[in-house]
Every structure is written in C-alpha cells, then in structure tokens.
Design a protein around this ligand. Structure first.
Ligand code: FAD
Length: 359
C-alpha cells in the first residue's frame, strides 16, 4: 500500500466522509470557521442524486434544500429536479472553493491515540490520513433492498429506475406499492410502456404515495391501462416471466414480462461505523449519538445527515431536517454556531416531516 506516513503531514483537525448536501454544508461551516479539514467522497459530489430517475422532482421545496445560506433560484419557483440540485451543489462548491477528494472512498476508520487514522482507496493505490475528529456523512442509501429470489440479478432486472424511455413499447413489471413504484408506473406508462404493478399488500400504500399521484394511478388502474396484481409476491424471475405467488395462499402463476423494476427501497452501508466502534441499536440499527452535538459513543466521531437515522424503514431524516447537524457539529468543534446554514435549518421542521411523510 502506498501510504502517506502517519505522524507527519497531512494531519487534519477534521475528516469529513461523504460529500452529499449535508457533508458539503458542514464543509462550508468548517471552512468559514477556519478549521483545517479534509473531505472525501467515494464517488462524485452529490452521488446519491446522480442515480435518481432522470428528471425526478424533489418533494422538498427549494428553501428547505438550500445549504450554507445559498438560496436556490430557478425560473419557475417550483420544486426542482435532482439534476437541478446537482448543478446547485456544484455551484456551492465553486463559490466557496471547497477542496473535496472525490473518487476516494474511505475504507477504514480506526482510533489512533488522540485521533483517528483513515484509510482510503483512490484510483491510484491506497492512502492513509490522520485526523483528530471524524464526521461520517455518508447517507443511508448505498445498497438496494434485495428481495432474495432466484433471477434477481438477471440483466433485465433492476433496483434502479433510470429513465422511462428504457421501457418504451416493452412490458414492465414494477414490484412495490409506495411512492417510487407509483411514480415509476405512471411515468413509464405515459412513456409508452405496458406496465403492471405487483404489491404484496391488497391496496397501494396511500400513506406513502404523494397525494397528487395516488388518484392518478388509481384512475389508470381502474381504466385498465396499468395492470395491478395486489397481494402478490415474487417467487422467481426468469428471462421471460416472473413467477408470482398470491399472499392469500392461491396458486402461483407466471406473469410474462420483458423487464422487472424492483422498487423495494435502499439501505445504508454501516460497515465504517461498525469498524470504528459505533454502537448500532434496535431494529433500525440506529447509531448511538448525543443529539446535542452529534458525537457518537466513540469520542471524536460525529454523524451528519441521514446516516444518523440508521437503516430507515420509514424515513424520518431528510436533507431539510439535517442542516442543523452541521450547526451542532460546528458548535461542538469550534464553540460557535455557524453563520451560514440551510434556510429553515433547525426551525419548525416538524411541519416538513408531516408534509413529506408521503414521500
Ligand atoms: C427518488 C428520491 C427522491 C428523494 N426526494 C427527497 C426529497 O424530496 N427531500 C429530501 O430531503 N430527500 C429526498 N430523498 C433522499 C435524499 O437523497 C437524501 O435525504 C439525501 O441525499 C441525504 O443527504 P446526505 O448528505 O445525508 O447523504 P447523501 O446525499 O446520501 O451523501 C452521502 C455521500 O457519501 C458518499 N459516501 C458513501 N460511502 C462513502 C465512503 N466509504 N467514503 C467516502 N464517501 C462515501 C456517497 O458517495 C455520497 O456522495 C430522495 C431520495 C430518492 C432516491
């Protein structure tokens, strides 16, 4: 391993792991406070938004997504897409001239005396860095939730909805009954696909589908232009069909299809947290941390962003209620609340919770 020697430069006050919106917001706060930090992302900045379906709008409104006190402007004053937000994040990074080691995944975090040693794996060999404190801001969506059936890894099966165009004039089976499945079904049907939804429950989940999508989808199902297989689970996927089992014990049947989209959600990679000794508790494996400072049970190791929620079954942390993480960490490290933070950070975000429950 080609190593930067420990004990010599580079030694940093803080290492930030993850350059999503909250990691970037924290970087601005630390830069403005004069903290000597280093920042890594395993991919490009804002990576999570890069694999969203093309042209997907945020549910959150712009003032709630804005970071580091930089307003999001557009020419329509409506919700923005993931692509818009990536352009905005690039602008913030340029405005503050933030140094971010993109394409440098952190592979290990270990305690070392007063601080930590981080090992990374950039394209050219491995590296090692020392930092007194570490902030983990790596989100909660690294891996798709697999359904664990034969055929799940076939080439016509995906957990990622990329673009409705892919399914033009082809048969598509969408597995799932929440917002992402509903949105994908409507978009693909309108783009000319022959769409069927399979859901393990008898009805679509009205609590978790955007309120303007549900009546639209129900109307298309009623009209028979989008197929709906309620109370069914996938048993096996083959190149030509999907073997479905009714949950009421009925006889399994084969559903012919060209493509299968598994809208079964995502979960975070908690291996770095475990490696560093962070305790993960409960069904959702929520990291143990002090909500006043975001410091975990490992002294000097902090959490920022949605990683703090553990494996979210039902989303409770979003960009809009994570801005304050950057504030709390900056205050804990420097003794001062940062001047620049997301527009509505830390104020009245319960309202946002309610609004976004359906997302
Ligand atoms: C279709 C869709 C719609 C959504 N709509 C909304 C919405 O309306 N409002 C909302 O608030 N949220 C929404 N979300 C969720 C949103 O994506 C997350 O809330 C947001 O990305 C969390 O920000 P974050 O900074 O905590 O983490 P992320 O944005 O996930 O950033 C984490 C970063 O860490 C990096 N990373 C991971 N592992 C490592 C490693 N080992 N080393 C270095 N870097 C690493 C990743 O590459 C990534 O860039 C939506 C998600 C989807 C899929």
């Amino acid at each position: 391993m080609s190593e930067v020697p420990t004990g010599a430069s580079p030694n940093y006050d803080v290492a930030i792991v993850g350059a999503g919106p909250i990691g970037i917001e924290l970087a601005v706060c630390l830069q403005q406070a004069g903290v000597r930090y280093i920042h890594f992302d395993a991919q490009q900045i804002g990576y999570t938004m890069t694999w969203w379906p093309r042209n997907t709008n945020f549910f959150s409104t712009t003032e709630r997504l804005a970071i580091a006190g930089v307003p999001i402007q557009n020419n329509h004053q409506q919700r923005i897409t993931g692509e818009d937000y990536l352009a905005y994040l690039r602008g913030v990074v340029e405005q503050f001239d933030l140094a971010i080691n993109s394409y440098e995944p952190v592979t290990q975090i270990a305690r070392d005396g007063e601080g930590f040693v981080l090992e990374t794996a950039p394209l050219a060999g491995a590296r090692r860095y020392r930092a007194r404190r570490v902030v983990v801001a790596l989100g909660d969506m690294q891996w798709p939730n697999k359904i664990g059936v034969p055929g799940e890894d076939l080439p016509h099966v995906s957990h990622y909805f990329r673009d409705p165009h892919d399914y033009f004039r082809r048969r598509l089976l969408i597995v799932g009954g929440k917002n992402s499945a509903a949105e994908a079904a409507l978009r693909c049907w309108r783009a000319g696909a022959e769409v069927t939804i399979s859901y393990r429950r008898p009805r679509l989940d009205s609590q978790r589908i955007k309120h303007w999508l549900l009546p639209d989808l129900e109307a298309q199902i009623e009209a028979g232009v989008i197929g709906f297989l309620p109370s069914t689970v996938v048993q096996e996927i083959t190149p030509t069909h999907v073997l479905m089992a009714p949950t009421d014990g009925g006889a399994p049947f084969a559903h012919p299809t060209d493509f299968v989209l598994l809208n079964t959600g995502f979960h975070g990679d908690q291996s770095l947290l475990r490696m560093a000794g962070v305790e993960l508790v409960g069904e959702n494996r929520v990291p143990v941390f002090d909500p006043a400072t975001m410091e975990t049970n490992v002294p000097g190791l902090y959490l920022a962003g949605t990683v703090a929620a553990g494996v979210q079954q039902r989303y409770t942390l979003f960009i809009e209620n994570c801005h304050e993480h950057a504030g709390k960490i900056t205050q804990a490290l420097t003794g001062r609340w940062p001047a620049r933070l997301g527009g509505v950070a830390s104020r009245n975000y319960e309202l946002a919770f309610e609004q976004i429950q359906a997302n």
